[in-house]
Each structure stands twice: as C-alpha cells, then as structure tokens.
Design a protein around this ligand. Structure first.
Ligand SMILES: [Zn+2]
Length: 252
C-alpha cells in the first residue's frame, strides 16, 4: 500500500530537492510524516564534477542513483523520475506533464506540495517551468493540497560566499553568481528551522557527487555556516486553506 498524505516535493533536477527542501523533508521524516519527491528530468545535461563518476551518456542514470542516495539521507519514502528532457521543460508539452503530476497527486494525496518560487531560485528556465507546472497540477487535482513555493532571501548566497572567501574556503555555486540567487518579490509566509537536520541536508547535497566538485561551496562548508545559511527553509503559501507546514513543523 502506497504512503499517502504528507509532503510532496516537485523539482526539475536531482539535487533540487535537497537544495529547496532538504531540511523540511528530513524534519517530516523525523515526525513520521510520509514524504515523496517527483523529479521532472534526470538532469542528464548537467555538468560532471569528475569524469570517473559518469560520462555524458551515463549522467542521467548516475544522477538518478544520486537522487536515491540523497533521498535515503532525508528519509524520503518514494521517488518518481519523469525523464523529461533536461533543459527543455519550458518547451515540453505542459498538458502531458500536468496530467502526470495530477495523477501522482491524486494517488498519493499529499497534504502539502513544495516546488520552486516564480524566480526558479535563480531564473533557471527548468525551475521556473516546474513552478508553473506544479501550480497548474495542484489546481487541477481533485483533492487540493496546500501549495508552497520555496523562496530564498536575495542576499543569502552572497553573504555565504563572502564568509567562505574570508575564511579561504571553496565558494563555487554551480558556476552561478551568488547574487543571482533569491529575490525580493515574495514575502515569506513560513520559515522552518531545520538546523537540527542540517547535517543530513548537507549529506544529501553531497550525495549528488557529479554536481559537487571540490571547489563547491557545499563541499567543505563549516558547521556554523551550514546552520546559518542552510538551517532555515522559507516558503510562501500560494494555495490551500490550512498552513500545513506551519502546523506540522512550525513548532518543531
Ligand atoms: Zn535544478
């Protein structure tokens, strides 16, 4: 019998789940709340940190395995990989994707769904598309879960990179400029304190080995900086009458 209820995180690529909601997923697991991750692509077009880990031809399958390892760290009970083309979600048939997501939502009946905000974390086209597709899917589902967008404060990664540089530590963020992350556009409606779970979240991020070269900021981030910069997950609720995240984890 499938786990029903709980939290469903819908993302574009393996590693997004740990990045936008790793601590929240781990907190749910600690509370005995079922969780699942739906990933729309295998991220097969992404970089490869070390040629010993994968080839361009095998990267998708390797990243699927990395997603399993990351989700094991976070206590995620089920993973669905939809294998749409990486980098192409904006141009994929939205009705086909929404149809599949609606079926998953209706079968799993999550209390809450988390995906990207409208800014896609740093305006990654696949992330922006995933945010839109998730909202459409939740609207179309027979039993509507509460819907949350993950949001990052605009200076979060810039401040982290400044601290890392001051300490002479690696500071790469997938080659993305730190000031590109986050936006002012949305007000946070719920902040989950996940400091207790930040080590698990880091282990999940690090399980995505092909995405984390040794010069990456998260490869050797000290515990105090991990708590400060990865220890709070912020969400904006855009659907559903009850603030499920706040009620379930807000007083954790
Ligand atoms: Zn991504």
């Amino acid at each position: 019998m499938a786990d029903t209820g709980g939290l469903l995180v819908i993302t574009a690529h393996p590693d997004d789940e740990a990045l936008i909601a790793g601590g929240t997923l781990a907190a749910c697991a600690a509370h005995g709340v079922p969780t699942g991750v739906v990933c729309l692509t295998l991220g097969e077009d992404g970089p490869i940190s070390d040629p010993a880990l994968a080839t361009p031809g095998s990267l998708g399958e390797t990243r699927r395995e990395e997603l399993s390892a990351a989700c094991a760290q976070l206590g995620v009970r089920f993973i669905v990989c939809l294998r749409h083309e990486d980098g192409n979600l904006k141009w994929a048939d939205p009705n086909a994707i929404v149809g599949r997501l609606v079926r998953i939502i209706e079968r799993r009946r999550p209390n809450a769904v988390v995906s990207f905000g409208e800014d896609g974390l740093y305006y990654h086209p696949d992330h922006v598309a995933t945010s839109e597709l998730t909202e459409r899917s939740v609207r179309h589902a027979a039993l509507r879960p509460a819907l949350y967008r993950a949001v990052w404060p605009p200076s979060l990664m810039s401040d982290l990179v400044s601290e890392l540089r001051r300490r002479g530590l690696p500071d790469d963020l997938w080659g993305v400029a730190p000031e590109a992350f986050g936006s002012e556009s949305e007000c946070t409606s719920v902040t989950i304190d996940v400091r207790r779970f930040v080590e698990r979240k880091l282990r999940a991020l690090q399980a995505h080995r092909t995405q984390l070269p040794s010069e990456h900021a998260f490869a050797a981030i000290p515990g105090d900086l991990a708590e400060r910069f990865l220890g709070f997950e912020r969400f904006v609720q855009v659907g559903g009458a009850v603030d499920w995240l706040q009620e379930t984890l807000g007083h954790a």
